[in-house]
Design a protein around this ligand. Structure first.
Ligand SMILES: Cc1ncc(C[n+]2csc(CCOP(=O)(O)OP(=O)(O)O)c2C)c(N)n1
Length: 354
């Protein structure tokens, strides 16, 4: 029996705006100056929010927080390609995506305060999902329902490089492929799953190729290039809306902490961080917009002042509600009838609270 090739594959990588801020005009997606400014502003808002949130956590005002510093283009570029009735299914590091979707900052701060009000964002933005990879299944389910109902809309799910080692991810992809789910899987390969580097995560050359096994089209993009991320996501969404699920691997870098409980200096070199800072997604778009005459230092200063005011005002708004919430609420909504052991805990809580 002769051997013959029965399948073959290759993975493309897309870059439109290079590290020096040079744009490939032929590949550039159709984005107006106003749209680009909005994307730039959203990336800067997210970065400032993350910096502020780290300091709030250090002062004990909020709980554990996962900053997205360095990953802003991967999220803003992809979320910007969505329509409002498309679903956004996040993991726990998706501040830039939420902001792109119009969710106000105080809602994100509430989440870090443990306030259930944070889950009331709106219909098509799911709440953060902490079990790694679990949200890929939710997105496949949403995408399947969109197919069954004959909707034009799609669902887009975010997850990290570490999540691609979880069974959930493979099951979700397989399900999405078989049932024509309208789902786009966006892997933010930020090089680390807490302290586990990408090289120890998988023997595969790319994470994008993991989709091939499930028969799903896939592409790798420079995740710090907002043009490439937007373009690849827009193309992927178009196919997903027709019941052809897609995957995009956005190659990026987590410049800051995994969460506020982490100390990355223990497992990675500062030199590596500096190298990636040279490829910073916000700086890269800024260089381009300055060259195009769309931005200058004065406009940037003005924007930064507005963002500073927004962050301060939103933090204040988050604090107001904290005082109005009863911590006993956390006992209320898990069961329709409270089991005896939970009743005991509630009584103990009341005693401690006094
Ligand atoms: C099922 C599960 N296992 C372990 C954890 C603990 N944990 C939280 S984040 C994380 C790493 C996730 O890495 P990755 O998927 O690359 O996403 P990133 O945090 O880098 O954005 C782990 C192991 C968890 N939350 N859920």
């Amino acid at each position: 029996m002769p051997r013959e090739e029965v399948a073959s594959f290759s993975i493309e990588k897309l870059q439109v705006l290079d590290e020096e801020g040079e744009l490939d005009e032929e590949l550039a997606p159709d984005l107006s100056e106003d749209e680009l400014l909005e994307m730039y502003r959203t990336m800067k808002r997210s970065r400032r929010l993350d910096e502020k949130a780290i300091s709030l956590q250090r002062r004990g005002e909020i709980g554990t927080y996962a900053p997205a510093i360095g990953q802003e283009a991967a999220q803003v570029g992809s979320a910007y390609a969505l329509e409002q009735d498309d679903w956004m299914v996040p993991s726990f590091r998706e501040q830039p995506a939420y902001l792109t979707r119009g969710v106000p900052m105080h809602v994100l701060i509430w989440y870090a305060m443990g306030m259930e009000e944070s889950g009331e964002s709106d219909d098509t933005n799911m709440p953060p999902s902490i079990p790694v990879g679990s949200q890929t299944l939710h997105a496949a389910g949403i995408g399947w329902s969109q197919e069954i109902k004959g909707d034009e809309s799609a669902s887009l799910v975010y997850f990290g490089d570490g999540a691609t080692s979880e069974g959930d991810f493979h099951e979700a992809m397989n399900f999405a492929g078989v049932f024509d789910a309208h789902t786009v899987f966006i892997c933010q390969n930020n090089q680390y799953a807490i302290s586990v580097p990408r090289e120890q995560q998988t023997k595969a050359e790319t994470l994008a190729q993991k989709a091939i096994g499930q028969g799903i089209d896939t592409v790798q993009v420079d995740g710090n290039d907002i043009f490439a991320v937007y373009k690849a996501t827009e193309e992927a969404l178009e196919k997903a809306r027709d019941g052809d699920p897609q995957m995009v691997e956005a190659v990026t870098y987590r410049q800051s902490l995994h969460t506020t409980s982490d100390d990355p200096k223990v497992y990675r070199d500062e030199e590596e961080v500096e190298e990636w800072k040279e490829k910073d997604p916000i700086d890269r778009l800024e260089i381009h917009l300055k060259e195009e005459g769309v931005l200058d230092e004065e406009k940037i200063d003005e924007m930064e002042e507005e963002i500073e005011d927004e962050v301060e005002e939103q933090v204040e708004k988050a604090r107001e509600v904290e005082d109005a919430v009863d911590a006993e609420d956390m006992f209320e909504h898990v069961y329709s009838e409270m089991p005896p052991y939970l009743q005991e805990q509630l009584e103990e809580f009341r005693e401690v609270k006094g």
